[in-house]
Design a binder for this molecule. Sequence first.
Ligand code: ZN
Length: 469
Amino acid sequence: MLESSLLADLRAVVGEQALLTGERVRECATDVQGHPPGAAALLRPRSTAEVSQILRLCHARAQPVVPHGGRTNLVEGTASSASEIILSLERMSRIERVDEAGRTMRVEAGAILQRVQEEAERHDLMFPLDLGARGSCTIGGNISTNAGGVRVVRFGMMRNLVLGLEAVLADGTVLNSLNRMLKNNAGYDLKQLFIGTEGTLGIVTRADLRLVPRPRSVATAFVACADFAALVRLYAHLDACLGGQLSAFEALWPEFYAITTSERTGHASVLPHDHGMYGLVETLGSDPGSDPQRLEQGLEQALEAGILADAVVAKSESERRAIWEPREDVWQVQEQYGLTFNFDVSLAIEEMAAYLARLRRDVAARFPHGRTFAFGHIADGNLHVIVAPGAAAAEASEPAEEVRDAVERIVYEPLRAIGGSISAEHGIGLERRAHLAVSRTPEEIATMRALKAALDPKRILNRGKVIES
Ligand code: ZN
């Protein structure tokens, strides 16, 4: 139970309207996977000063706080319990300034990614981070999870796009590390403490983002190859012949492509279903006259070399959308199969085929009706795997926890030997915490704990996420 005197103090900071309790919390804080919040109170501050006052009050009473952005994470990174308070940055969504000459943008943490992309475009610039949840995820969430997405192959992850930030520490101290310069080696780069640390070391309130020139051309193709090895050769070929324009290279295994283009989805299949492997290629360039031809030439060469089996190049924005929709509609698996488990692993491209073959074999052996769906950003070494254990497992023939444990072991354990990661871009949250040691050494985890103890000695920030604390 929360102390009523604390709630009264917090109400005095944010005002009556910005402190939600009871059923309103559930309405406003359920995550994208449908998990309702456990917390009984939710605060919606309007400014860094309010966040600072909130944390000062909570720190004094050792009151745990769970920061919320767009709640699109898939690893229980925003899960809360009855003894916690949610701190939502949703009302801190201002875009404060765009510096066209320096190509930077200063925003508050609650700004929605898509709004940031659109604002950059109005200034003839681009904010290159892009992912399926663009319409609801926030910049603060993107920073705290070091978000990746579909353009990492060219522009890097969120870490590459953050020049500086402002964060509030557990005791309410405002740490101003805002910075619009590309170069700043004046001592420790403190912003890194808050990028990818999932709100466990501080709460990001503002950021300086790096922008790039707005591309003048976009060319998109959907491709089919005989097998995974051929798709990897296609990636190397296109990356070499497109002069740095290759901006997305996605892989879709046939089961995934089949389910996201099945009749009930409404998504058209632009290529037949009998190929061994599918890919999505996109270039961003400077010349709408010649760039699409350049991609087509590259694809023709691949066809002649026997690397490529078939390809379709989008001729309009609606054709481009038709190519992307099946790739981004990842919820189809859950909608059509019910119980599913989502994974996001990293491993070397050369290990991928063998890893997936083993995973499929192990899933089939453990779950006779189990299905494995795979897609991902293979140029980044990032596979997304969805395991559907099948109806029998879903009908409680065995406890849900046992099913989850078995699936997680099948997916994670083989990564140990090949130096893979249990999280490429989704983070650890609560869901993957127990498996952290697959990808991190005891010394690394001890150093994480030391940082946590130094910056949040009362363990009030997103308690229990990433590492046990
Ligand atoms: Zn992804």
